[in-house]
Design a protein around this ligand. Structure first.
Ligand SMILES: [Zn+2]
Length: 335
């Protein structure tokens, strides 16, 4: 059958795709990609030394919260069906060795402990494992002779991950983009009998211009230089797939791509490359751009958020970390 036969019947077009779009019920029947609250992960910022939630200026609607507000905050999201939380800590004290990142009474460790006491296995906790919130210079690494030192940083990442496991987290998510971080953390966890704690590798974390609001949120702007010697160039596909392949070999249980929206090709290619679950992190800048446009009245926030997030899922993401989690959950629950 040639193409003309396929498309012509008695002189009329045989295929009329508009039949399939005629009514809302037909469109609903045939919708290929469906977002679920269960796909979503909500980032949470817990800060030491504050008494009440502080709204993040560049991310309207997102707050840094004190530990005392954590359970209430998570309960609200849990009641909407959200079960997975990515925890970031903002400590009171920082130094060039990031020692406050692996204290047993550190802010992330206390947060995980509190959540597991209150929610147990009803929720999934993921902890960000990095140095940048805890170093006085704001880099994701130990700096030696003005250079981010890979192997010194690995030792600190191992300690942080192990301390999070001791606090009871389900997953650790190393985000420093140090070579060998997944392998070293896997070994350190196994050596401490935490073989049940999973790793979500920030496998392809691109050196993006969309992180600015997050650095405001987590007080982690580098004091000098930039992160281009460890986060990977946004121009490179093969390099991203190489990073992903290495993380799989090193023992990552879930692969993460960050940011999400400008990187749908990487999400798609990763989905085609691995059988592991793929997680996409829709970052702070993606959130703030939508918020700003909506505040100006130029776009409809709800509709744009649903479109963007559905497209991230359509590209192949099984799990989506997004600051819009609460909004999406409310929209899905009202359908
Ligand atoms: Zn970092």
């Amino acid at each position: 059958m040639n193409l003309n036969e396929e498309f012509e019947f008695n002189g009329f077009p045989k295929v009329r795709l508009r039949r399939l779009r005629r009514t809302p019920a037909i469109r609903d029947l045939l919708q290929e990609t469906r977002l679920s609250v269960r796909d979503l992960v909500s980032p949470v910022f817990v800060q030491e030394g504050i008494d009440e939630p502080k709204e993040i200026e560049m991310m309207p609607g997102i707050f840094r919260i004190p530990l005392v507000n954590l359970v209430k905050n998570i309960q609200e999201l849990y009641d909407l069906g959200v079960k997975t939380f990515l925890i970031f800590g903002i400590p009171k004290s920082k130094n060039d060795r990031a020692t406050s990142a692996y204290r047993n009474d550190g802010i992330v460790q206390k947060s995980v402990n509190t959540l597991k006491k209150n929610f147990g296995e009803k929720i999934v906790t993921v902890t960000d494992v990095c140095l940048c919130q805890y170093t006085s210079h704001g880099h994701c690494a130990i700096i030696k002779n003005n250079v981010a030192n890979n192997d010194e940083s690995l030792k600190v990442l191992e300690r942080i991950a192990t301390s999070h496991a001791e606090a009871g987290t389900d997953f650790v998510a190393p985000s420093a983009m140090m070579d060998g971080q997944v392998k070293n953390i896997r070994k350190a966890l196994d050596n401490s009998n935490f073989n049940n704690v999973g790793i979500i590798g920030y496998s392809a974390k691109l050196s993006s211009n969309l992180y600015t609001p997050f650095r405001d949120a987590s007080h982690s702007t580098p004091e000098f230089g930039d992160r281009k010697s460890y986060q990977m160039p946004f121009h490179n596909t093969n390099e991203a797939l190489h990073e992903i392949m290495l993380d799989i070999k090193e023992g990552s249980d879930i692969i993460m791509i960050k940011p999400a929206l400008p990187y749908l090709d990487l999400i798609y290619k990763t989905r085609q490359t691995t059988l592991l679950p793929v997680c996409a992190y829709s970052v702070s800048g993606e959130y703030s751009i939508v918020k700003a446009g909506a505040q100006e009245g130029w776009i409809n926030e709800d509709e744009v958020v649903m479109e963007f997030t559905t497209c991230i899922k359509r590209a192949g993401a099984d799990i989506i970390i997004t600051y819009h989690t609460k909004k999406i959950a409310e929209i899905l629950n009202s359908c």
